[in-house]
Design a binder for this molecule. Structure first.
Ligand SMILES: Cc1ncc(COP(=O)(O)O)c(C=O)c1O
Length: 369
């Protein structure tokens, strides 16, 4: 079996670098290398002397040490650094899953979270987030989906594209079920630390049991997608060993300049979080206003975390709407069909500074209709 096209990425490829306003980005506003280095005195000079040889395959010891600060029980030897979160997803599934394994995946979802498992030949079932349930996952439903041969459950919270954040009690129960039923819990936490109310933040799955793998990245909450630095954190030695071994066939090691910059970013991550949450919260007021004025055209479940929401278009077909909008107004929204969603939803990005101007352009377009 071969991997089919990644629908969302192919859609972005058509428009990302030639459209005035990306109103559906999943990442937060980025910054320049100079601005990042300015967060820490002496960093710019040190960056100049970064050695451009091969780096340690697991990730530099100092970066892994910094990543440990995101967790409570994780040591550097539990962190494996990758080229983006995407490489880690690919390697996890190829290292830990085999043909006919039963795998349960949170849906709708970032396509690779199920597609790579399917490519491996797994039997994939979806654990559906339902709009009528505020996009929440239902633990009872997972109980019905579980089989004695379930090898892995894949979830994403905070969630792309709905902004759903799992309730703590459900998260604890899910982690308990992973141990009791002996499945691997692959928890895509790339939007962690972007909770609108910090007290809602979940513990990281990797701190809850040896069955869990937490996925992190610099791209989303911290707004540094161009670094292409992601990681997994897990106390599970088999997972670590097998993923590390497979990495020799993909990237071998990470970019040395990116590792240096990621370390600076994570050491200063609270500043990045504050900046990006400030942008998101301001943008939410703009979007709330728009949706109040256009309540006959849009509804949404307001997100609780992350840099996205998944509103519903109440009139017309979402693909036609997005196509016409991008062509006539230069504003990109992402049709939910890119996630195989048939509910006429679209992804709305909340993390970019120019959202108010993009919404203005969108509204001008709506007035012509
Ligand atoms: C849920 C989720 N996981 C993983 C990724 C991949 O992250 P990266 O592009 O930084 O590798 C994304 C990117 O959009 C995502 O939304």
């Amino acid at each position: 079996m071969t991997l089919p096209p990644f629908k969302l990425e192919r859609y972005f490829a058509k428009y990302e670098f030639n459209t005035d306003f990306l109103l559906c980005s999943s990442d937060c506003e980025a910054m320049s290398i100079a601005d990042l280095l300015a967060l820490e005195s002496g960093a710019a000079e040190k960056f100049q002397s970064t050695w451009l040889g091969y780096t340690e395959s697991q990730g530099s010891p100092s970066l892994r040490k910094e990543i440990c600060n995101l967790y409570t029980s994780i040591q550097p030897e539990n962190v494996l650094v990758h080229t983006g979160a995407e490489e880690a997803i690919y390697l996890f599934m190829h290292a830990m899953l085999k043909e006919n394994d039963h795998v349960i995946v949170h849906a709708p979802h970032y396509q690779s979270l199920s597609e790579v498992a399917k490519e491996v030949g797994c039997d994939v079932n979806f654990w559906l987030a339902r709009e009528e349930n505020n996009w929440a996952l239902d633990i009872q439903e997972l109980r019905r989906l579980l089989r004695p041969d379930t090898r892995a459950v894949i979830i994403n919270t905070p969630h792309n594209p709905t902004g759903y954040l799992m309730q703590k009690s459900d998260f604890v129960e899910l982690n308990r079920m992973a141990v009791e039923n002996d499945f691997l819990l692959f928890c895509d936490e790339v939007y962690r630390e972007s909770e609108f109310d910090m007290t809602d933040r979940l513990p990281a799955a990797c701190d809850m049991s040896d069955n869990a793998i937490s996925l992190g990245v610099t791209s989303k909450t911290y707004g540094l997608a161009g670094l292409r630095i992601g990681w997994i954190a897990t106390r599970n030695k088999d997972v670590y060993r097998l993923m590390a071994s497979l990495k020799d066939y993909t990237t071998i090691c990470n970019s040395a300049p990116s590792e240096f910059l990621a370390e600076v970013a994570l050491r200063n991550r609270q500043k990045l979080i504050d900046r990006n949450l400030g942008i998101i919260k301001h943008n939410l007021t703009v979007v709330d206003d728009l949706f109040t004025r256009y309540s006959s055209l849009f509804t949404w479940i307001r997100p609780r975390a992350g840099s996205m929401g998944f509103p519903k278009l109440l009139k017309g077909d979402i693909e036609d709407f997005c196509d016409d909008l991008v062509r006539k107004a230069g504003v990109l929204l992402l049709p939910g069909t890119m996630y195989d969603d048939l509910g006429n939803h679209f992804r709305l990005g909340l993390g970019r500074k120019n959202l108010p101007q993009a919404v203005e352009r969108l509204e001008r377009y709506l007035k012509t209709k």
